[in-house]
Design a protein around this ligand. Sequence first.
Ligand code: PEP
Ligand code: MN
Length: 337
Amino acid sequence: MIIVLKPGTSKKDISHLVAKIKKLGLKPWVSKGVERTIIGVIGEEDIIRAKPLEAFPGVEEVLPILKPYKLASRDFKKEDSVISVGNIKIGAKKLVVMAGPCSVESEKLLIEIAVAVKKAGADILRGGAFKPRTSPYSFQGLGAKGLKYLAKAREETGLKIVTELMDVRDMDLVVKYADMIQIGARNMQNFNLLKEVGKTKKPVLLKRGMSNTIKEMLMSAEYILAGGNFNVVLCERGIRTFEDSTRFTFDVNAIPVVKALTHLPIIADPSHATGKWGLVAPCSKAAIAAGADGLIVEVHPNPEEAFSDGEQSLLPKNFEKLMKECAEVAKAVGREM
Ligand code: PEP
Ligand code: MN
């Protein structure tokens, strides 16, 4: 449930109420909005319902949160959340672009790509060191070595890095190197992994599972928030449908739907959503027009030789062109790039 406080409620009254909620064995989450502060209470509603909460100074209203996801819902927080990855802000007026290879392949190549995407205006370097591959015989990623190369590329370019975590056993290693942890589509409902990343304060890029509904994605985000980590950015990366002319079906609907249901930012991944490099630009523009807070795009200077996802990787020169075209669309919808 949420406890709505009157405007101007004192810090002392808020602390008093928070202490009372904790004493009842429940978890209070204080959300300070522009106009008023609200306290989300997660736990057995009966315990708190039995208390005359309206009698506490500063309490205006006590309301149930009807959605199954609570901390992620707009009921809990009306204003958009802005997630910081170092000095980069995701969910603000300026769109954030993450770009880089599907897999980290070598230090030299990674730095070459990092320099190119930075020059084109990207904010964050992407690259998988641990790769979730459909076939056990496909390249599985460089692991720890790949993380070290990412750190080197960050050092060289100043770009922040986002990389996938697939297994709780690699948690400490990935937390040590990454600025943002990616939870891939195939692990969106790996609840133990979600609980672990919920215990850190690292920003998390939570990708929508290819067979998951928007509601399920929000429930997965809720796992991370409920652990105390509110630094979650969602990602629409295409879903499986009967359509087979593209790798997945880019669900552009999801962007405004998510925006209405949650305060968390959402970015789009047009590379995985389409599986074809020629479709990346039109779908990126559609995503921005629909209200996405940014993009994650695969870039490779030699897609024919890429260890993974070459078919959907943009050449650096095409990425540069994409950035320019997207800036026009961003401007048209009141955003910046
Ligand atoms: C990726 O980003 O390279 C990736 C594997 O994405 P997804 O989890 O969306 O398939
Ligand atoms: Mn990929």
